[in-house]
Design a protein around this ligand. Structure first.
Ligand SMILES: *[C@@H]1O[C@H](CO)[C@@H](O)[C@H](O)[C@H]1NC(C)=O
Ligand SMILES: *[C@@H]1O[C@H](CO)[C@@H](O)[C@H](O)[C@H]1NC(C)=O
Ligand SMILES: *[C@@H]1O[C@H](CO)[C@@H](O)[C@H](O)[C@H]1NC(C)=O
Ligand SMILES: *[C@@H]1O[C@H](CO)[C@@H](O)[C@H](O)[C@H]1NC(C)=O
Length: 444
């Protein structure tokens, strides 16, 4: 008993250190943008060509003024000091909004339980989706227990409307639906494309490889389903969708404008941001900082600054013709002792959801949720929340673990201990993100 207590007290620090490391190693080793396009269009956008398409700015190291003009992966800080408490005074989102969106739903769609239902789910077949990512195609990569595809989300107080791709296309007719965020959001975008593509004839659809903005088009509906890479929402040195393996995270806390120019014409926007803030200190390079001096801030503080800059954009630009959604934290399952005390694994070999109502793991940071609550609260009717955290917490079985493509060569030590390289962050498809999209469908 005593030993258990001691382990419990030491656990959080270890968990934070290790999870930052694991998250970094899994998030940074992605290359699936090119892979998606390659498959559909038979054009290979090589890793190297993407590399060279962004020429290094030779001057950025010794001329911080140029670095300040545009943040990219070559940007460095001339010096780094402590954060002095500077904030961007919100211009718009302090204003009161008189007009409220009608809420048809009195039922909380996000409170419920998972029901095994192999007649309704999966909603599509992994092999039938030509846009599937090798990072998420778990069956293709050897997963044989396929129960993770068969769970349906059942809200406590109502039923979800059945997914209907034609009906969704009707909602999207003449519109641009855009997902903006990190690789978790990209997974949700791939899920949406897979959910929607089957009802569009092959010659009436296309995928345009234009990273960081990738566009799926359906001609008959004059509609697009797009993904835009912006893992920290604000401008950062990690905005290259392929090459973002960097030691320092530098953000421009007061600028979403570079990104907003890409997303502002979309009609329906789905934002997320979370895991990229879970990796230690963040360097702030303010827009009017001409000498390249950065300030260092903990990631929660930095996230709050970024969310405020984003919220100000939403408050000033979103009108009743646009819909904006924010997707809350996607949970990780890095520590099996959280759902099965006394074990030392992670999501590897987990085959069933957690059936403890209200289960909440250490991977879903409560202070982060409070910031989202607060910022989204100031935006009132302008943003709807897809509060997927609690429902996804139950799905320890839904991650790829070892059943995905890994880009790095795995060492014999890793191979002999599969849990050590398991991906317990992203989600297999078909799977959990399909349900996030069913909830989106129900909220449109
Ligand atoms: C669905 O699951 C039940 C119970 O596990 C099984 O008996 C049945 O064969 C399954 N049906 C399909 C279509 O997979
Ligand atoms: C799906 O939606 C379309 C268009 O709204 C409708 O015509 C069709 O009957 C629906 N299909 C099902 C199975 O409900
Ligand atoms: C297609 O949709 C765009 C908006 O995404 C709109 O500007 C354009 O007029 C539409 N074209 C047709 C033919 O409806
Ligand atoms: C999301 O749901 C959790 C409970 O599952 C709640 O504590 C939190 O405040 C909600 N967040 C938002 C932004 O609605």
């Amino acid at each position: 008993m005593q030993r258990w207590c001691r382990r419990r007290t030491h656990f959080p620090l270890l968990a934070v250190l290790f999870s930052a490391f694991i998250i970094a190693s899994i998030l940074y080793s992605e290359r699936n943008i090119e892979e998606i396009h390659g498959k559909e269009q038979q054009v290979s956008i090589g890793h190297t060509s993407l590399l060279t398409s962004v020429p290094p700015k030779a001057s950025s190291n010794n001329n911080p003024e140029i670095a300040a003009a545009s943040l990219d992966r070559f940007t460095t800080c001339a010096s780094t000091g402590k954060y002095h408490g500077r904030r961007t005074e919100p211009v718009y989102h302090k204003l009161e909004f008189s007009q409220r969106r009608e809420t048809q739903q009195t039922c909380d769609l996000f409170s419920g339980k998972w029901v095994f239902d192999n007649t309704s789910h999966p909603l599509y077949n992994e092999l039938d989706c030509p846009y599937m990512s090798d990072q998420l195609a778990c069956r293709k990569h050897g997963r044989t227990d396929l129960g993770y595809q068969n769970w349906r989300w059942q809200p406590h107080d109502c039923n979800l409307k059945r997914w209907n791709a034609t009906e969704m296309w009707e909602k999207l007719r003449g519109k641009r639906l855009m997902f903006v965020g990190d690789s978790l959001n990209r997974g949700q975008w791939i899920s949406m494309v897979c959910l929607l593509q089957s009802v569009i004839p092959v010659d009436k659809r296309s995928m345009s490889p234009n990273a960081p903005l990738t566009i799926f088009r359906a001609e008959e509906y004059n509609a697009t389903v797009e993904f835009y890479w912006a893992p920290l929402l604000v401008e950062s040195n990690s905005d290259d969708p392929v090459n973002h393996r960097l030691n320092d995270r530098i953000i421009r806390p007061d600028s979403v404008l570079k990104h907003a120019s890409q997303w502002e014409k979309a009609d329906i926007l789905i934002f997320n941001t979370y895991l990229w803030w879970r990796q230690g200190l963040v360097k702030l390079l303010w827009s009017n900082e001409k000498s390249g001096k950065c300030e260092e801030l903990d990631s929660i503080g930095a996230l709050e600054l970024a969310m405020e800059a984003w919220a100000d954009w939403v408050a000033s630009k979103v009108n009743p013709m646009k819909r904006v959604f924010f997707v809350t934290m996607s949970p990780t399952h890095l520590w099996s002792q959280e759902w099965k005390p006394g074990t030392e694994g992670n999501c590897y070999q987990e085959k069933n959801p957690i059936d403890m109502e209200g289960y909440w793991g250490s991977g879903s940071d409560l202070p982060t949720m409070r910031i989202v609550d607060k910022v989204v609260g100031t935006l009132r009717s302008k943003v709807s929340v897809l509060n997927i955290t609690q429902l996804s917490e139950y799905r320890k079985d839904g991650h790829p673990s070892i059943y995905r493509k890994f880009w790095e060569t795995l060492s014999p030590q890793q191979l002999s201990n599969p849990a050590s390289y398991s991906d317990c962050i992203h989600w297999c498809l078909p799977g959990v993100p399909d349900v996030w999209n069913e909830l989106l469908f129900n909220s449109l």
